[in-house]
Design a protein around this ligand. Structure first.
Ligand SMILES: Cc1ncc(COP(=O)(O)O)c(C=O)c1O
Length: 430
């Protein structure tokens, strides 16, 4: 049992208010902290009354297929929940060899890198890992970053300048959007996966142009329409960058991602990825031609002005990469599991939107109901995160399910049945 916090009596659903500045910030006054009190008031209502407490629930175990979660509302520790919330697609993060490698790294190098990668923070193992990532991706060179977030921000803002044009898919991740903002280039968004709209957004722009897509979209689980998007880029002389956060080690005959899956690995100009998903730890990377990486080494400020990844993390990542690269059967099992889960949900007529990958959106489309459904799922034995505005558009709320190679068929069957039963209770599936 955990320390219970006292939950205020629930407020009616019609008092649910969005996580949005307009709910508590009116721009008045000259005190920067003027937002804190109204936010606190909003949070007191939103936390237990509306269900926002369901975010950041403390996990009391490794992010494996069965997890223990602390429920602060009821003051209980829930054990043995089927975990569909973690990005650990290959189940690598808690493999004994990886844990051992992390410990060896810490024993040899200590807890941190204690410096920027361009100053004293690059150890021999950081350099070796960059070469290994470049080899794995089949590219001339690679750079590692403290996170996938900082990789996007650093690469985009490092490469593009005011007066240039960046066009990204409308569903691009926040780190792509933040990189675009930071670059001060002209920023446009094309309709999700719509090459004709991309064509219109690029039309007539005379200067430097960068188009950005994701391999697998993180909230919808569908793939970039890469062949058609690439054709539009080439016609307009635009460079193409792909963020393979959710597709590296998952798609492609060597696990290099969606670009490889479409046979277009050589055509894409900038390849980005993270180590927080399939490799189960932390960090990001960019890979591509040598001159590009050489330039970014000095001009990706999110890397230059931030401490290098802790050596223990890098030591674990090197082992995780070796496992992912040498055990293609992990990818095959992940695919078997993803396909099986799609079929189990289809049999139960659960709406999965456009998802076709291991990221499955369980569409609820009801911003008010999703928190109650999340709470019921939790107490029925399934852990999945409710996703709603502003992470997705209004009335597009859903659960984001991650299937892993480590799930057994029994986990998937039990999970699908629990999900269908809870959704049925709420009128969200027949
Ligand atoms: C498409 C995409 N890019 C980048 C990131 C950021 O990666 P990280 O969490 O490793 O910083 C995420 C995180 O979910 C993502 O989904």
């Amino acid at each position: 049992m955990s320390n219970a916090r006292t939950a205020p009596s629930p407020t009616p659903v019609d008092r649910l208010r969005d996580y949005d500045y307009t709910n508590f910030y009116f721009g008045a006054g000259s005190e920067p902290f003027g937002i804190l009190e109204p936010f606190g008031e909003w949070w007191r209502d939103a936390e237990f009354g509306s269900g926002y407490y369901l975010y950041s629930l403390p996990m009391e175990s490794a992010p494996s297929v069965r997890v223990a979660i602390d429920d602060p509302k009821r003051g209980e520790s829930l054990e043995g929940l089927i975990n569909f919330a973690s990005y650990n697609y290959l189940g690598i993060s808690y493999r004994p060899e990886v844990i051992e490698a992390v410990c060896d790294g810490v024993r040899k190098y200590g807890a941190g890198a204690s410096g920027s990668p361009i100053l004293s923070g690059s150890m021999d193992l950081h350099k070796a890992f960059e070469h290994e990532i470049a080899d794995f991706k089949g590219k001339q060179a690679a750079l590692i970053f403290p996170s996938g977030y900082s990789a996007n921000v650093g690469v985009i803002a490092g490469l593009m300048r005011p007066g240039d044009l960046i066009v990204a898919d409308k569903l691009a991740h926040a780190s792509i959007v933040d990189g675009m903002i930071l670059s001060k280039a002209t920023s446009r968004f094309f309709r999700h996966n719509d090459p004709d709209d991309l064509d219109r957004k690029l039309e007539g722009f005379p200067g430097k142009k960068l188009v950005i897509v994701e391999g697998v979209y993180s909230m919808d689980g569908d793939l970039a329409d890469l062949p058609d998007i690439l054709e539009v880029c080439r016609r307009h002389g635009a460079r193409l960058m792909i963020d393979e956060a959710h597709s590296t080690f998952v798609y492609g005959s060597n696990g290099r991602g969606v670009a490889e899956h479409f046979g277009l690995d050589e055509e894409v100009d900038i390849h980005l990825g993270t180590f927080s998903k399939s490799l189960g730890a932390l960090g990001g990377f960019v890979a591509g031609r040598r001159e590009l990486i050489w330039y970014l080494r000095g001009f990706a400020r999110a890397r230059v002005f931030s401490c290098a990844l802790p050596p223990g993390v890098v030591a674990g990542l090197r082992k995780a990469l070796a496992i992912a690269a040498s055990e293609p059967e992990l990818r095959e099992t992940l695919w078997d599991n993803a396909r099986y889960m799609h079929s189990l949900l289809a049999e139960r007529q659960v709406d999965v939107g456009d998802s076709t990958s291991q990221v499955i959106s369980i569409m609820i489309r009801d911003d008010a109901a999703i928190f109650q459904i999340a709470e019921d799922l939790l107490h029925a034995g399934v852990y999945m995160n409710p996703i709603r505005y502003p992470a997705v558009g209004k009335h597009k709320s859903r659960f984001r399910m991650s299937v892993s190679a480590a799930h057994t068929r029994a986990d998937l069957e039990e999970g699908a049945e629990i999900i269908a039963t809870v959704l049925r209770k709420h009128g969200k599936c027949p």
